[in-house]
Write a protein that binds this ligand. Sequence first.
Ligand code: GLN
Ligand code: ZN
Length: 763
Amino acid sequence: MALKTNVLGYPRVGANRELKKVEEAYWAGKSTKEELLKTAAELRKGNWLLQKEAGIDLIPSNDFSFYDQTLDLSLCVGAIPERYNALKSDRLDLYFAMAHGFQKNGIDVTAMEMTKWFDTNYHYIVPEFTKDQKFTLVYNKAAEEFKEALDLGIKTKPVLIGPITYLLLGKEKEKGFNRVDLIDRLLPVYLEILRQLESLGAEYVQIDEPILSTDISEEIKNLYRRVYAEITKAIKLKIILATYFDSLADNTDLATDLNVDVLHIDLVRAPQQWKDVVARLKGNTVLSLGVVDGRNIWKNDFAQSLEIIENVRKQLGENRVIISTSCSLLHSPFDLDNEKNEKSLPAEVKRWMAFARQKVNEVVTLADLADIFPSEKAKSALKNNIADIENRRSSVLTNNEDVKKRIAGITPAFSQRKSPFATRIKEQRRVLNLPLFPTTTIGSFPQTVEVRSWRSKFKKGEITRAEYDRLLKGEIEKTIRKQEEIGLDVLVHGEAERNDMVEYFGEQLSGFAFTQNGWVQSYGSRCVKPPVIYGDVYRPNAMTIDWITYAQSLTDKPVKGMLTGPVTILQWSFVRNDQPRAVTMKQIALAIRDEVVDLEKAGIKVIQIDEPAVREGLPLRKSDRKAYLDNAVESFRISASGVKDETQIHTHMCYCEFNDIIEHIALMDADVITIECARSQMELLESFVKFKYPNEIGPGVYDIHSPRVPSVEEMVALMRKAAQVIAPSQLWVNPDCGLKTRGWAETEASLRNMVEAAKVLRR
Ligand code: GLN
Ligand code: ZN
């Protein structure tokens, strides 16, 4: 008998992003609700059958969502903010209104807030709670989907976000209460959901409590004890308590004490934790071993996983071990078999990879192999796997001696500008000769339908390289002239040649591959297709010099060279797992450094290295944060420090809540940092009252996410506020972020007002 198998969740957008397509058509009024519901049902059925046929025992249901599973739960338990009251007649439209707002028929309500799901690039809709928050069972989505699968002959394992994780992920919308105290009102509704599942004949339920993989207080620990005592007393369903994204660490005692039937742990993020957990596991609790990585695209190393499985099985016996994915496969792309373009994804690299569909088979094969008498099929799969892993390990594609030597040769001098900021800024002011409150933008200018059509024609071979270059140069010239007319001080070339700020560089660096269909849900109907970093990274040729120097040749004003930084390139890619992330980050840092040095040689005086992803890479556990931040800071500095004092390095970040990392941001030692903060100037002020930021800074004066044109007065007011905590001589005036998604009309109007605001400030 093979061991039992478990999948924590499956991607729901479909192999060809079917859900995205029908959903967006529905929102645009171009598809009916019936079509939408039908597609959704087909996707669920397809996922269940696929897992059933593969041989998964614990097949997830209620892992489907039209937008987000946290929002699903909010709707089910009636945590529906009052502003949606007028929309309650249709459940699905109410749901979408909560997800992205509603502006029709005289009704105008804003969307609920969205934020990152732990340390992933998936965004969830933040539950909103009020002091007198009530919960009622509006509908039982988990039960409906369980029944739907049952009708297809499949008994699934419903998945629910745990009540404590759910409350903690939410936000108090008014003062005077603590959202965890709502547990006594939520729990009865939660128990009702579980009871209904029980009476429908469900055997298992998976309750996700990833909060257990983070640092929690004694108070929360006690809450866990109380809540799970109540749940296990009231419910006969077998409870799988799922933890993932990090180790249980000092919550191990707590988690093993909760008296659940199955405890799931993530052995990809924390391979060592099985020892502690096994040692503390109580009674007959079964352990679900999350050995197959739900967040990456690499094949499982069977030999390595089997070693853990063997050890655990020896100690617990085979009835107390389940083989599983580490977390939901939501964070993996759908199916590797759909990748057919060998030019962007070489066959040898593809051989090392596994997407969700392949990972399901890995779980089954591992369970088979862990049996005393594995099947012939599993034995041959093991042989192939060993060969694949060995092929990857020794491949000339993954290993580049020159890169390894260069990494080994990094000395402290690599991350040190020649002089401290105080000296550099004098040189830079001499060379650049900028006014007080200099104006600039973040890099991109509107990417019109036209600009995007050139790129797609070029990729399809419908226009030649020469024609494409000519069109782009025309766009750059237009962008430069507009900026001169508007009166900006430091210009940009506009990034018209870039599809995406990471993909553009990845395509030109060695060690990167690209998928055709490797989509992963980011939020709602939006998916991203991260590049794959498989090998040692280096820069074979200059990447941006031609465009930037062309732009600079058109004007006497300084043009800012525009690059993406090492932390962001790493964070927004699928990263190789056969060497520490910090090493890959440094390789990218050296490649960007080469580009920075070449830009300087080509006469560029201001160079921006964007790092919008620094904060989202922050580890869940506080104890791991320092190492991460030290590496991030060092990598950025390596990329920025090859230039002379007089060359001005900018960086850009799209968030303002950096209270907790401001000191590390200062350590990055960029000469100028531009940041988002038009929407919450207050938060920025708080950080700068407590910490004197040493270098120059451009707090964004207007929100680029909306077509609204800000007035001169409001931007002056925002800058005055900033000037209360930051010296005016340190301040730049710029928008919040890139203007790529905006139209030209509002961009021009907004920037004119912004330049006017700077003039008012100078006076
Ligand atoms: N330079 C980029 C742009 O302007 C920065 C984008 C970002 O911060 N995400 O588009
Ligand atoms: Zn930004």
